[in-house]
Ligand binder design. Structure first.
Ligand code: AHR
Length: 669
């Protein structure tokens, strides 16, 4: 009897202890005296590619599609317009053209002028026009027979005229005609008419319309022709680096279609238009009107990087076309011109204004060097073909420019490219043997993978190349599925993964989400970080995750210990936490993702900080459902909210909201 009483007592004790343990309050212990590693200023950056009409029809503010009549179908984007009483014929011609690099132009042959005969441009899924805003129109025109006159009109989707300008005495030589027009109303789907108003011939080329605020400058800095609201979205991210021009666009479907930076600088009239490789890549989003005018070219990319305070990171073709498409290879004995392109690019960016390529930069308006520090050799390349080409590039570049950091490709996401894991292993092994400085890894996976892979780099080989996570994005349905959503679930999964990147900042030096932009009316690939239409733009929850990380980077990783967290199934955690020290500004920064549907009330213990100021802040991105997302009509449904967090000491309680990313900023005294 006595024994069984003792037994019951012991048993109850054990149960009580277990219950206390199960209910113990989660603890986050951060030790600021144990700084683990430095965080690179380039840790969080951006990846730009002209995909989803992100360049032409997006960031590049030109409103006229096929302005130089160089699309495969020269009339694409244009249609004949005959006003009352008019008659005539239009044709695409290339004799005595205005610019041999883009030889085609439009001839308007007027047999009866009536109220105007000519063409209408549909813009990029319409032309976005805003009331009271000024638009800069320009055209090269000539009249081969006798003086001609013409008018331009901006017409709203309901037929109202929003702006008009008239030109007369068009002469026989190609001449640029320009004017500024103020819009009388707003319309997202306006059109542009160009109508001859006399009998005779009118030849036109480079028909162009820009919002004046974009064409002239951004914040007083000359970035020609970039859409101001989209640039602002990039500037707000305060990115550490700016990767351009892609992406698969670097490689092209075949080598002719590859990105050749030299064709994208200098006079825009001479920048040869080519088909965009995303034009016909996906049957689900076939976009036959997708071309690259290169109005947004390498000079503009460098300027933009400088303007938004990001390190420029160009990626160069390495003699290999996209291995998902033709996989065409430049023979090794013809690689010289590709390597020369890389060397010349460095001179263009950094060389003195007196050097051959530096002088081209200076002529365009930037005599000072751009101070480029890194260059990517190829985008998603694999196989021995890559290694043998990579070696040639490294040798030539390092001989001349030993300080330029070179980024090596390690194929595409191992899960989606042919023989992926084995190819990645092969590349990693070979690149290690070659002492590669930085290798570029890509991840397009489901949100669960990102949650389970927050520790992806924890046990990674440290001796050797640093890592650049050069493209990633959680795909809610499947890789590049048209049904993927930029929802909170994906954004939080990426945030959990980024917490892992931050923890491994000694190894992972840079990272960026991809793709950057999606034109809501003309995309091919979803999800994307920033969506826009002709007049509006919004950041996805994923965008705000990137912004919260970038604006709260910190410069040193702090040690974090997590005790008594609620359990989750699989390899997932309920709460993902990292911490960093911003020494310059004097803050301890805590980032935490709560992926559960419940508030997690935790004790936060900050050790080794010295005295803390009580004026902490909490910035929280959350929403009711993981499926919540932003949209053009509701751009801030999922939006970070900042609030004061008064604390009375170095240990405090904090309730991490359900489905949230939280950044706590605790000022040091
Ligand atoms: O980001 C979209 C595409 O995904 C990139 O162009 C390519 O590098 C990757 O396969």
């Amino acid at each position: 009897m006595k024994n069984s009483k003792i037994y019951i007592w012991i048993l109850s004790g054990i149960i009580l202890a277990l219950t206390i343990q199960a209910c113990a309050k989660p603890r986050i212990i951060i030790d600021a005296s144990k700084t683990k590693t430095l965080i690179s200023p380039t840790m969080w950056g951006i990846f730009f590619e002209d995909i989803n009409f992100g360049g032409d029809g997006g960031l590049y503010a030109e409103l006229v599609k096929n302005r130089s009549f160089e699309f495969t179908d020269g009339m694409m984007g244009w249609s004949k317009t005959t006003k009352r009483g008019a008659r005539g014929v239009i044709s695409i011609r290339d004799t005595n053209s205005f610019e041999p690099a883009n030889p085609h132009y439009l001839r308007i042959e007027v047999r009866g002028a009536g109220e105007g005969f000519g063409v209408t441009n549909e813009g990029f899924r319409g032309i976005g026009i805003q009331k009271g805003k000024k638009y800069w129109f320009s055209v090269y025109a000539r009249s081969p027979i006798e003086p001609m006159s013409f008018k331009v009109e901006v017409i709203a989707s309901d037929g109202r005229k929003l702006a008009e300008a008239r030109f007369s005495d068009v002469s026989g030589d190609w001449t640029k005609y320009t004017c500024s027009m103020e819009a009388m109303d707003t319309d997202a789907k306006a059109k542009l008419n160009l109508l001859a108003t006399r009998k005779g011939l009118l030849d036109v080329d480079m028909v162009s319309l820009f919002p004046e605020d974009s064409a002239l400058s951004f914040k007083g800095y000359p970035v020609p022709g970039l859409r101001k609201d989209l640039v602002q979205m990039l500037a707000d991210l305060r990115p550490g680096f700016f990767r351009f021009p892609g992406g698969c666009i670097v490689e092209g479907r075949d080598l002719d279609n590859r990105y050749q930076w030299k064709n994208t600088i200098g006079d825009i009239n001479r920048r040869k238009t080519i088909i965009c490789r995303w034009n016909n890549e996906f049957d689900h989003r076939y976009t036959p009107d997708y071309f690259q005018s290169f109005g947004l070219g390498f000079y503009e990319y460098f300027l933009l990087a400088e303007q938004i305070g990001a390190e420029p990171m160009p990626i160069i073709n390495c003699g290999m076309a996209c291995q998902f498409n033709t996989a065409q290879l430049a023979p090794m004995d013809e690689l010289g011109s590709y390597v020369q392109d890389a060397l010349d690019l460095i001179e263009f960016a950094n060389g003195p204004a007196t050097s051959e390529w530096g002088s081209k930069r200076a002529e365009m308006g930037h005599p000072e060097p751009f101070n480029m520090k890194m260059l990517g050799i190829g985008n998603e390349q694999w196989g021995p073909q890559y290694i043998e080409r990579y070696k040639v590039f490294v040798k030539a570049i390092k001989e001349k420019y030993p300080d330029i950091k070179l980024i090596a490709a390690t194929g595409s996401d191992p899960e989606i490219f042919p023989n992926g894991p084995a190819e990645v292993k092969y590349l990693q092994t070979e690149l290690r043997k070659l002492n590669a400085e930085i290798i570029d890894e890509h991840f397009y996976r489901g949100p669960d993978w990102f949650l389970k892979s927050a520790d992806h780099y924890d046990n990674y080989e440290r001796n050797g190349p640093k890592i650049f996570v050069g493209e990633y994005g959680a795909q809610s349905v499947g890789v590049a599925s048209p049904d993927n959503r930029n929802n909170l679930h994906c954004a939080l999964a990426e945030a959990a993964f980024m917490i892992g990147l931050e923890r491994n900042a000694d190894l992972v030096r840079m990272s960026c989400y991809a793709p950057l932009f999606g034109n809501a009316n003309a995309w091919q690939w979803t999800p994307d970080l920033i969506w826009f239409d002709n007049l509006r733009v919004y950041g996805t929850p994923n965008y705000y995750v990137q912004r919260m990380f970038s604006l709260n980077r910190g410069d040193k990783v702090l040690s974090v210990q997590l005790n008594d967290l609620p359990e989750m199934e699989g390899q997932k955690k309920s709460l993902y936490v990292s911490s960093s020290l911003d020494e310059k500004e004097g803050y301890v920064i805590v980032k935490a993702v709560n992926i559960t549907a419940e508030t997690i009330n935790a004790t936060v213990e900050l050790q080794g900080t010295g005295e803390l100021s009580p004026n902490a802040k909490a910035i929280v991105l959350s929403s009711d459902k993981l499926t919540d997302e932003n949209s053009l009509d509701n751009p801030k449904k999922v939006y970070p909210i900042e609030s004061n967090l008064p604390i009375s000491g170095s240990t405090f309680n904090y309730g991490f909201k359900p489905y949230s990313l939280t950044v706590l900023r605790v000022p040091l005294k």
